[in-house]
Write a protein that binds this ligand. Structure first.
Ligand SMILES: [Zn+2]
Length: 375
């Protein structure tokens, strides 16, 4: 086989697969109204059926096929994964891009597909400006790889609305991922995550968060700021307790089976004297004075960025409402799950994490609040 024949046999295969992909999803395509396909209806695809004889015709074919692939990601964002065709689409896209790149048939728009392969993603990030070409990428599927980390450059994929990294080896979620402001679905099932960053709160458009089968112990308070979150699945982790404002979420679905959630089995606590460090005493004094609008301290604090930084980590006591820094009593409050939630069957009461500033406040707690003893 000479080069022309080799070159030609590939597009014929691509063409065949792209046709298959398109014909499976074409029913879901809004047709005339479809922004990706309106300009190039399927008649154009007929160009691809022939056997190309020159490099020039190959370039033409590439031009006809690529929009169809793009169409699978952009206009059929929901249908492609629903039909379980995304794996096929990803593989096709990566092969297509690699082929086009090898024979220098590559146009700038195809750069988007580089991010679909994990190596492409990392490499594109490392090379800097290249990821700027991926700003239109909407769906990114990195399932079933061996990824141990996600490069911080992920934050450049500003249009991504669907991100799936199931069945990998991720140990953490990079903070930068939380700056994907258009993200509406994030799937991180079957990884080795041990925590979720507080910055998750920046994913304001997030509707679906799937964290099944990881090693997550604590959910951040920031999670409760996700006002659009409709579906949360944290089944198969090691979560004992939910953040205190968890009830505020407007969830429709919550799945949390196979977690060692705290059960309502109270034990007697022995009261202790509170002994605080000088730092704790000072921070509490400053925070509470600031809350009372002490003008002198409000001005003085401007000059001490370190102190400002420190007290920004302060929390409020659930009983007296005063602030504290590092010393608290961890308690649990059991509340019935919100009526609108569709939840796992085993969940009768939701254990919420409540922090209290002192034993003095602990002794004034209500009947539904329990101290947590570390066994
Ligand atoms: Zn208190």
């Amino acid at each position: 086989m000479d080069l022309t024949e080799r070159l030609a046999s590939h597009p014929a295969t691509f063409s065949h697969h792209v046709h298959l992909q398109y014909s499976t999803t074409s029913e879901s395509c809004p047709g005339e109204a479809c922004p990706t396909m309106a300009a190039r209806d399927t008649r154009q695809l007929k160009h691809c059926r022939g056997f190309p004889s020159s490099l020039e015709s190959l370039v033409k074919i590439r031009k006809s096929l690529f929009p169809v692939l793009r169409h699978g990601y952009s206009s059929l964002l929901k249908e492609t994964p629903a039909l379980e065709l995304h794996g096929h689409l990803d593989a096709l896209c990566v092969r297509f891009v690699l082929f086009a790149r090898k024979f220098k048939l590559r146009g700038p728009k195809e750069a988007m597909a580089t991010a679909i392969s994990p190596t492409g993603c990392a490499a594109a990030g490392a090379r800097g400006p290249r990821t700027h070409g991926l700003q239109n990428l909407i769906l990114l599927n990195l399932n079933n790889n061996q990824l141990t980390w996600i490069p911080p450059e992920i934050s450049r994929l500003r249009s991504v609305t669907y991100l799936s990294i199931n069945h990998n080896q991720l140990a953490s979620i990079p903070r930068e991922l939380c700056f994907l402001e258009n993200l509406s679905e994030l799937q991180l099932n079957y990884n080795q995550l041990i925590c979720v960053p507080e910055e998750i709160k920046f994913l304001k458009k997030l509707q679906k968060l799937l964290l099944v089968r990881n090693n997550i112990e604590v959910l951040p308070e920031g999670l409760c700021d996700l006002i659009n979150l409709k579906s949360l699945d944290i089944a198969g982790n090691i979560i004992q307790i939910f953040p205190s404002r968890f009830q505020n979420l407007k969830l429709r679905e919550l799945y949390c089976e196979e977690n060692p959630l705290l059960l309502r089995q109270p034990v007697k606590a022995v009261g202790q004297e509170d002994v605080w460090t000088l730092q704790e005493i000072t921070s509490r004094f400053i925070m509470n004075q600031l809350a009372e609008k002490n003008l002198f301290l409000m001005q003085a604090i401007e000059w001490y960025p370190q102190v400002r930084n420190m007290i920004s980590q302060g929390r409020k006591c659930a009983i007296c409402g005063k602030s504290f820094l590092t010393v608290w009593l961890e308690c649990v409050e059991f509340v019935p799950p919100s009526k609108n939630w569709k939840i796992s069957r085993n969940l009768q009461l939701v254990p919420l994490r409540i922090l209290i500033c002192s034993y003095k406040c602990f002794n004034q707690r209500g009947p539904n609040l329990f101290g947590i003893a570390q066994a």
